[in-house]
Ligand binder design. Structure first.
Ligand code: NAD
Length: 487
């Protein structure tokens, strides 16, 4: 049975708007493709506007790559690769350090553009996306002259030209996750940003120019899914690194079968956030909120399946609902905003349709009542209770600000329910008992397990999936191996 949205708890005080000013941001009206060291007109591509999801207004015009453009980018990468690999690790590392420093110098601008183009709260772009992107370049700058140490002292060579495809939820950060290890290891790259969020990758292209990265070492070619599909089918690539949905990951794996092209896939998830009765419950509620409402829930490792021990379920749900009532939804450029705009109309429709499925299947929905701006794409933070493990909202990735609550009685049941998923990307464990946390973590089929925290990222730690969440690791020394031939 479903209920209508409840009125949210009364706000005790009002916040004065604290908008970040975009006045100092100098965007071009139109961006070409960044190929062989320069911005170029597309040969057989098109030009499309990129929209601000909070206003539906165009932010800039972007060139989308066609097949000939992709070929040119791969050829440029092929030409540049031997020279790049021939540099000493120390020299390659210097370029990466320079890129990291330039990201820091332009941090405020990058944060604003990330929020304008993608809809995420500027507080998150400023405090998470941009600093972590710089940290990834710093981290792999340090590895560039120590590659053999990262793989147990074995001899290493780069793979060659990498085709790298990223999604729209962390556009700059995912570009950094892909580029930094590839370049440190002596590969060149053709990076394809997602169709709805190409802008920070193009600002990164300006940074690469300023860092005087040799032409062709990185090309950045925005485009849609068809461009991604054409890129992975280019004959002269050695490596594909993909972050995105499981369906597309399977298509790429099929396209590469038998071609001797190395592949890493970072795919979707339906991660369990497990709250035991002995947890610090107020702290756990903060972690639940951060786990699912961070970046509007557009997070591959979002804690979208909340498993609460039955004895504290009512208490935790009560506290969560009370906390959700204080989330501020709205203008992504306002520094008070907790939940920004949904990235695209298409994604909003997908969230709506899965939420309707949850109601139809009998789960109880509560969405906070909040004033949403008239234009733009928005979805109020939502919690589903009375969820059965077979409900679509307990199984499928919603990729929005929607959490599904299930309960358990014993530790064994918690583990069984957490692992009852085709995915295995991440998990959270909330308990006061260290031994219990280790025992549960060891039994979970998840690439990342957080204890008493959630959505905590660090460039030194490996990230990646089990099962349909993909394979290969990004981050830390483990993130070097997918870009090296180890002999
Ligand atoms: P998506 O798979 O539709 O798109 C991802 C990227 O792939 C985009 O650049 C897109 O243009 C491109 N693409 C689309 N079709 C393609 C094809 N046939 N061949 C090659 N490239 C193609 O996914 P999305 O909707 O943009 O992103 C959301 C998904 O990404 C979610 O499932 C989420 O869990 C996943 N994701 C995973 C991680 C991770 O690290 N595991 C991180 C972020 C997002």
């Amino acid at each position: 049975m479903s209920t209508s949205p409840e009125i949210r708890s009364r706000i005790v005080w009002d916040y004065a708007p604290a908008p970040e000013s975009p006045d100092h941001v100098r965007l071009r009206d139109s961006y070409g493709l960044f190929v062989d060291g320069d911005f170029r007109d597309p040969v057989d591509g098109t030009r499309v506007p990129t929209l601000n999801p909070a206003t539906e207004e165009p932010v800039a015009e972007i060139a989308f790559a066609g097949p000939a453009d992709l070929r040119r980018a791969v050829e440029a990468g092929r030409r540049a690769q031997p020279g790049w690999a021939a540099l000493s690790g120390l020299e390659r590392g210097k370029y990466l350090f320079r890129i990291a420093r330039l990201i820091q110098e332009r941090a405020r601008e990058l944060a604003i553009v990330e929020s304008l183009d993608g809809g995420k709260p500027v507080r998150e772009s400023r405090d998470v996306d941009v600093p972590l992107a710089a940290a990834h370049f710093f981290h792999y700058a340090g590895w560039a002259d120590k590659l053999a140490y990262g793989v147990g002292g074995r001899a290493v060579e780069p793979l060659g030209v990498a085709a790298q495809i990223v999604p729209w939820n962390f556009p700059l950060l995912m570009a950094a996750w892909k580029l930094a290890p590839a370049l440190a290891c002596g590969n060149t790259s053709v990076l394809k940003p997602a169709e709805t969020t190409p802008l920070t990758a193009l600002l990164l292209a300006e940074i690469l120019q300023e860092a005087e990265l040799p032409p062709g070492v990185v090309s950045i070619v925005p485009g849609d899914g068809a461009a991604g599909a054409a890129l992975v089918r280019q004959p002269d690539i050695d490596k594909v690194a993909f972050t995105g949905s499981t369906g597309v990951g399977k298509d790429i794996q099929a396209a590469l079968a038998g071609r001797g092209v190395s592949l890493t896939l970072e795919l979707g998830g339906k991660s369990a956030n497990i709250v035991f009765e002995d947890a610090a419950l107020d702290q756990a509620v903060e972690g639940i909120v951060n786990g699912i409402f961070f970046n509007q829930g557009h997070v591959c490792c979002a804690g979208s399946r909340l498993l609460i021990q039955e004895s504290v379920a009512d208490t935790v749900i009560g506290k969560l609902w009370e906390r959700m009532g204080r989330l501020r939804v709205g203008d992504p450029l306002d520094k008070n905003t907790d939940v920004g705009a949904i990235n695209s109309l298409e994604q909003l429709e997908r969230i709506r349709s899965l939420v309707s499925a949850g109601e139809e299947e009998g789960a109880v929905r509560r969405s906070i009542a909040c004033e949403l701006p008239e234009r733009g794409w928005w979805f109020a933070p939502t919690v589903f209770t009375e969820v059965a493990p077979a409900h679509r909202i307990a199984v499928e990735e919603i990729f929005g600000p929607v959490v599904s609550v299930l309960t358990f009685r014993t530790q064994a049941e918690a583990i069984e329910k957490a692992n009852n998923s085709t995915y295995g990307l991440a998990a959270g464990i909330w308990t006061d008992k260290g031994a219990k946390a280790f025992e549960v973590a060891s039994a979970l089929q998840a690439g990342v397990v957080w204890q008493n925290t959630y959505n905590h990222f660090d460039p030194t730690a490996a990230f990646g999936g089990y099962k349909e969440s993909g394979f290969g690791r990004e981050g830390g020394p483990a993130g070097l191996r997918p870009y090296l031939r180890v002999t």
